[in-house]
Design a binder for this molecule. Structure first.
Ligand code: 4AD
Ligand code: MG
Length: 462
């Protein structure tokens, strides 16, 4: 059945032809006129629906007249120039097969639904205009990520999803275990993970970085693109418990090269989606965020700003703004501070770099001042942090010292330290949050609405 059918996207772009084609999809609306029924058919290949003309001479016309929104059909017929407004072609049906019916309880009716309601029907919302657009752009964006890195000679590597290390050291780990939680094996009172499946404690990865470093220190330029997991109990519009991250890692590269690459990537991805998804972008500009296209074009055209953490703290202190969270050297920048920098002060994306070592993970390279590390966060208007990265500590002794300062035992990371024992080189990388990038490009304000099936604290339905 599928091999023979034409995607509606192609049907709408094709030239006139008397040959019959077959299309398949879901009924958006149907209305009757005297001798016809008009069906708007959508198959998700594009935003637009194809108008089907069902004449009353069809043998199953009575069944066609009972079709309601949500039903699935397969239609054969010829494309003819449309008399109606807003479409080039319509399909005059020779044959309509009703594949699956739907009744009045179908929850996606033509009237607009709230994002909250649509989240409750995450299995059906891809059939709405908005979510069809989001998921088509998501697909294009993933493709563009690969294009960007492949064009630049990066190798795509796969890092493990199950891991024994806490890369970010933030303790936001989901445990992976097959131990019987009602009756765990014990040793000296504690649970004995030596008897667990992997004979050690394991978790879902929060980042593929540490393993990507090993690959970069052999293959020179690599990137990962996969799911990551954080048991962070923050119910915000920008945090998901399962999200996708793109993590490039480059040998022989310092922080400046790293910041250049991150900025180039962000611009490239925006320009790519602007070019390849014009219909979708128009819909977002019309219904989600009126200023979207202007903002994105501005971001692609203008250079980004760069500022050290300590200068950023100065600017924020002197801003005269009332913030909820305190600003002081040594404290993390909060989302409200990040947004002030990008939205109020610079009015464009900003890369903040050289953070105090105390607030950053163990692997970041200590700067010559002994106080800061070669870290960078790329912040964008409306979202805040979209990229986090750093130059990595390539000096064995300094790295061991960093670990001890972070209360980590260097013996647990022997393999990672080996990379500094044998042929160490300066190297750098970053992580781009895929969903945050998608939010920035589409203007969709909640991360739950750019993930097909979002996992957030207290919610893992579907
Ligand atoms: O800044 P983060 O924690 O950096 C790392 O994980 C490094 N190991 C990356 C590296 O250097 N290879 O996370 C990177 C990005 C953030 O800037 C953000 O865009 C996204 O991942 N991110 C999240 N996205 C959605 N939900 C969450 N809970 C996220 N946490 C981080
Ligand atoms: Mg970060």
């Amino acid at each position: 059945m599928t091999q023979l059918s034409t995607p509606i996207k192609d049907a709408l772009q094709s030239a006139a032809s008397t040959d019959a084609i077959q299309v398949q999809g879901w009924v958006r609306t149907r209305r009757d006129s005297k001798d016809f029924s008009f069906i708007e058919l959508n198959d998700g290949s594009c935003l637009r629906s194809l108008q089907i003309i069902a004449k009353n001479t069809l043998p199953n016309y009575a069944d066609v007249q009972r079709l309601t929104t949500g039903a699935s059909i397969s239609v054969r017929g010829a494309l003819v120039p449309s008399q109606g407004k807003g479409q080039k072609w319509e399909l005059v049906a020779d044959k309509i097969d009703i594949v699956g019916g739907a009744d009045d309880s179908y929850p996606l009716q033509k009237k607009g639904h709230t994002p909250e309601f649509l989240r409750e029907i995450a299995h059906l919302r891809p059939r709405s205009n908005l979510f069809g657009c989001v998921f088509r752009v998501r697909s294009r964006l993933a493709f563009a990520v690969h294009d960007f890195f492949q064009e630049r000679g990066f190798l795509y590597v796969h890092t493990p999803i199950i891991t024994g290390s806490d890369c970010e050291g933030a303790g936001e780990l989901f445990r992976v275990s097959t131990i019987d939680i009602k009756n765990p094996p014990r040793k000296n009172g504690d649970i004995d993970y030596a008897q667990d499946f992997f004979a050690r404690q394991t978790y879902l990865t929060v980042s593929g970085q540490l393993e990507a470093e090993a690959l970069a220190l052999a293959l020179s330029k690599v990137y990962t693109f996969g799911p990551t997991f954080r048991a962070e109990n923050s119910n915000t519009s920008r945090h998901a418990s399962e999200f996708w991250m793109i993590e490039p890692e480059m040998a022989f590269c310092d922080l400046n090269g790293n910041m250049d690459l991150a900025e180039e990537l962000v611009k490239y991805l925006i320009a790519d989606v602007r070019k390849h998804c014009p219909e979708e972008m128009e819909l977002f500009a019309k219904f989600v965020d009126k200023e979207l296209l202007g903002r994105l074009d501005f971001v692609v055209e203008r250079p980004f700003q760069r500022i050290t953490y300590s200068d950023a703290v100065d600017l924020l202190t002197k801003s005269g703004e009332k913030f909820e969270f305190p600003i002081d050297y040594g404290l993390n920048l909060q989302s409200e501070h990040e947004r002030w920098l990008t939205e109020k002060h610079f009015k464009c994306p900003v890369t903040v770099f050289n953070f105090p070592k105390e607030i950053k993970p163990f692997y970041m390279r200590l700067n010559d001042d002994g106080k800061t590390v070669a870290a960078m966060d790329l912040l964008v208007p409306g979202i805040g942090e979209i990229v986090g990265g750093s130059q990595r500590e390539e000096r064995l002794e300094v790295l061991e010292e960093n670990m001890r300062r972070h209360k980590m035992d260097p013996a647990d990371y022997k393999w990672y330290l080996d990379l500094r024992r044998y042929g160490t080189v300066p190297h750098s990388g970053f992580g781009l949050g895929f969903e945050r990038m998608l939010m920035f490009i589409t203007g969709v304000p909640n991360i739950r609405d750019v993930l097909p099936f979002a996992r957030t604290p207290g919610s893992a339905e579907f």
